[in-house]
Design a protein around this ligand. Structure first.
Ligand code: KG4
Ligand code: ZN
Length: 347
């Protein structure tokens, strides 16, 4: 095995990112630099990510991200061994910006070009941060995704289930909006929930009565809306304490559903008799302490190691893409000069 240094480029949603990762034989891989330029401010006025605005911002910022990532790593383009780029799934305008830049850079510098599935990038991150061995169980919980995957190999992921409607981060964001809290909703709802009584409003736990690992979060949002409207009808508005209690009830419901479904996913996973059983999380919702705590509890009950990579590597970033590129390259997958961008690309 030789040392590999890869440039990674990510632009599938609202973060423009570039990073350099190096992998040396017999050593833990190193993130030499990771640059992320978010676009939250650009989309704030619209209450969600606007694809055209995102695509334009990526086209404007990505070059700069790549330059910064190389600078911070103290490298020139000549020093990298390959270029990895998110080729989907995501907003097609953004994905295209990344793919076109990566293609230009790779062809110009005569380097291999590797297309990476964004979800595979998240799912391979625990190998970058903790050197996890396959197979391990992965829970992806972000603003756009929610699924259980058994990572069986660099290019082999078995999906056990996922959300049939909203992602949990999206539910947090919508809850914040309904209650007049700032975006992104996750951190603001968590902060309010910490001061609330989770027993006052007991919200539904969708799909718990159905077998399997599928989840649903849209009904929860509707229940919250009803509870809020009932308070408004009764007293003309909601108090600070009402809001805290609503947040606490909402978060408790999300945590309970995730805990139950994770328990089921763990059982399916353990049936494979993994040598080093582990559950890893990725996605912005993994920042939530209450949710982390329940995931840790359900894993420890069945003697499975629980892993949460550092938050900057849990949320969207390009280090995970560079790393997935290295993994694919080592496995003999990729070098795709005719790489295409795909808006939809299930693992
Ligand atoms: O992974 P991420 O940065 O971006 C993608 O969705 O791809 O995740 C962002 C999501 C947002 O919906 C945000 O509200 C949520 O993660 N989030 C949280 C927390 N911090 C961020 N949700 C719950 N609790 C948090 N502390
Ligand atoms: Zn993501």
């Amino acid at each position: 095995m030789t040392t590999l240094t890869f440039l990674g480029i990510e632009s599938s949603c609202d973060d423009s990112a570039a990073a350099i990762v190096r992998s040396r034989p017999g050593q833990a891989p190193e993130v030499l630099s990771s640059v992320v330029q978010g676009q939250t401010a650009l989309h704030a006025a619209f209450g969600g990510v606007v694809p055209e605005i995102a695509a334009r911002a990526h086209a404007e910022k990505l070059d700069d991200c790549v330059e910064k990532a190389l600078d911070l790593a103290g490298l020139r383009l000549d020093d990298v061994d390959g270029v990895a780029v998110t080729a989907g799934p995501g907003l097609i305008g953004g994905v295209l910006s990344g793919v076109m830049l990566a293609r230009g850079v790779a062809i110009g510098a005569g380097k291999p070009l590797i297309g990476v599935n964004h979800l595979a990038g998240h799912a391979l991150t625990p190998r970058l941060t903790h050197g996890l061995a396959f197979p391990y169980l992965m829970l992806l919980v972000s603003g756009g995704h929610c699924q259980f995957l058994i990572a069986e190999g660099v290019d082999r992921f078995h999906r056990l289930g996922g959300t049939i409607d909203d992602a949990p981060g999206e539910a947090f964001d919508k809850t914040a909006k309904l209650l007049g809290l700032p975006q992104p909703g996750g951190p603001s709802v968590e902060a309010e929930a910490a001061l609330g009584d989770e027993g006052r409003f007991v919200f539904p736990r969708p799909l718990l009565d159905r077998p399997g690992c599928d989840l649903s979060f849209s009904g929860l949002k509707t229940a919250l809306l009803r509870a809020r409207d009932a308070l408004v009808a009764e007293k003309g508005g909601i108090t600070v304490q009402d809001r805290r209690d609503l947040c606490a009830g909402f978060q408790a419901a999300v945590a309970a559903v995730l805990a139950e479904k994770t328990g089921r996913a763990l059982l399916s996973y353990l049936a494979l008799s993994p040598a080093e059983p582990a559950l890893a999380v990725a996605g912005g919702v993994a920042a939530n302490r209450a949710i982390r705590a329940v995931l840790e509890t359900v894993s420890s009950k069945v003697d499975v190691r629980f892993i949460a990579p550092p938050l900057p590597l849990c949320t969207d970033n390009a280090a995970m893409i560079a790393w997935a590129g290295i993994e694919r390259f080592r496995a003999g997958l990729g070098d795709e000069a005719d790489l295409v961008a795909r808006p939809r690309w299930p693992l």
